[in-house]
Design a protein. Structure first.
Length: 215
């Protein structure tokens, strides 16, 4: 009579391999969006068959990264500022929360249009877009931000700025822990530079240093 197969160690090993492949994909695709699956397998220290067992193709791997990004974004948003917080502080707090998420998944920006499609990326970003629009609406209503643009339009512009700043991080032209981006966002929303820097400096210590789950 054969002994029962110990499946739990196999499952743990499979989960470990999958997590290592995804972490490697984030790193290597961030460096070079054209990295092949075979190159990713080597970098992750697994054989080609193991990688393809988890992700049968590039689309499956990128979809897994997209879903992971969506989950991390939702987890980070759980630390958003209280609704009673002044809008300028709330916007700075939110930008600081989102920066490490964007930094971790900035390679998706390079792959979005070609591999994932704009609609998939829009679905990932929808909760963040809604939150920023709500903060801007409240800030304009309270006189914290000037009403020079409709909140949804201004939100889209600020998102494009964050994307541009992340791309500059990707090229090595900018180093930022999120504080420079947060100040830039407040200034673009209509807050004077001195006030924007003061708000970011005041808010920064209250923002969780690592809202993104560890590897």
């Amino acid at each position: 009579m054969s002994k029962p197969v110990a499946r739990e160690p196999q499952r743990r090993n499979a989960r470990s391999n999958r997590a290592r492949i995804l972490a490697t994909a984030r790193r290597e695709l961030g460096r070079n969006p054209d990295t092949t699956l075979e190159e990713l397998a080597r970098a992750a220290g697994v054989v080609r068959r193991t990688l393809f067992g988890h992700f049968p193709g590039r689309a499956a791997l990128l979809e897994a990264l997209a879903e992971e990004a969506s989950e991390v974004l939702r987890a980070a948003m759980a630390h958003a500022a209280d609704a009673a917080e002044p809008a300028d502080r709330a916007l700075a707090h939110f930008t600081l929360l989102m920066w490490p998420v964007g930094d971790r998944y900035r390679m998706l920006l390079a792959l979005a249009r070609h591999d994932l499609g704009v609609e998939r990326v829009s679905a990932i970003l929808a909760p963040a877009r809604a939150e920023v629009t709500a903060i801007l609406e409240r800030g304009q209503r309270d006189g914290v931000f000037p009403a020079h643009l409709p909140p949804a339009v201004l939100s889209a512009g600020l998102e494009s700025m964050v994307v541009a700043l992340l791309e500059q991080v990707n090229t090595g032209a900018l180093e930022d822990d999120g504080t420079r981006a947060a100040a830039a966002i407040l200034i673009a929303a209509g807050v004077p530079e001195g006030s924007a820097r003061a708000v970011v400096e005041d808010v920064s210590p209250a923002v969780p240093a690592k809202p993104v789950p560890a590897e």
